[in-house]
Write a protein that binds this ligand. Sequence first.
Ligand SMILES: NC(=O)c1ccc[n+]([C@@H]2O[C@H](COP(=O)([O-])OP(=O)(O)OC[C@H]3O[C@@H](n4cnc5c(N)ncnc54)[C@H](OP(=O)(O)O)[C@@H]3O)[C@@H](O)[C@H]2O)c1
Length: 310
Amino acid sequence: MHAAVVSSFDAPPRYDEVAEPVARGRDEMVVEVLAAALHPRVRSQADGSHYTSTEELPLVPGIDAVVRDSKGRIRYTVLDDTTLGTMAERTVIEADRSVVLPDTIDPVLVAAAMNPVMSSWVALQRRIEFRRRQRVLILGATGSAGRMAIQVAKRFGAGQVVAAGRDVARLEKLRALGADVVCTFDDVARAADVDVVIDYVWGDPAARAMVALLTARADRSAPLTWVQIGSVAGPDAPIPSAALRSARLQIVGSGIGSVPGRDFVKELPKMAAAVADGAFDVRARAVPLAEVERAWVGTAGTPERIVFVP
Ligand SMILES: NC(=O)c1ccc[n+]([C@@H]2O[C@H](COP(=O)([O-])OP(=O)(O)OC[C@H]3O[C@@H](n4cnc5c(N)ncnc54)[C@H](OP(=O)(O)O)[C@@H]3O)[C@@H](O)[C@H]2O)c1
């Protein structure tokens, strides 16, 4: 069969032939892949930079997909990092890490939406104790995950959602998704009194935003939970020690490891139902898997999520 194949962490995957997959475990099944999205997480899998990377090559990338099983049922599935991911004509999944979807869904839209929706959904439902009417600031709100975080926070009853980013034109469009306030990273002091920060950015912009926010807070003893989810601006952030002493700041991360895999899986049916119901505004572009090498380069950070269709 054909698949996207990574043979070197320094080069994009190539469309190539690989061996047919074989189901081994009791819960495993071979499925036909309908749509697999190119999330930043998949890029870091394919360039070996993700913290779960085993550096084993060659590998077929892809950590989730919409698939069709041997009985014709459509499923959304998540995969561990394995050398056979979802960017292939067929792959192996574990039934209990998948959820059956109505066969009326659009595989491309569901594949595009699930990973970015999951990032804030799991953070607010499983990582912290989020309460209705709490105010939320999203750093990196213009990306796929940030756009979804606005909609997810509203869905869970956020009292106010502030969307922060670096591109003013893109920020303005976020009001239509439910953002009550939009601001640039330099202006986050406007969101000084939020209760929760959902941070996709990290690096210097997040450290600067943290100091600006804490300094401008009306009541520094009011709890502020900073949920670290992505690191598009850098893996390290220079957080001054005073930030932790001078305000009631709690920094937590949300991702595989800090949230048990079973908790992600438990949220899958509800997330998938919401996505399938059209609850979220999703921007996706279907690309034939045969064009993987060309589509991989130069599309990072594009507003539409690339979704490969074998
Ligand atoms: N832990 C989890 O469960 C989980 C799940 C999903 C995603 N993530 C992570 O979340 C992050 C965002 O994912 P995504 O799907 O939203 O990616 P995306 O669609 O590619 O969006 C990237 C976002 O980051 C911004 N950005 C890029 N470089 C930046 C920089 N140097 N400084 C400031 N902002 C910058 C972009 O702003 P512009 O619009 O201005 O370009 C955009 O808002 C990634 O790190 C991803 O791995 C984590």
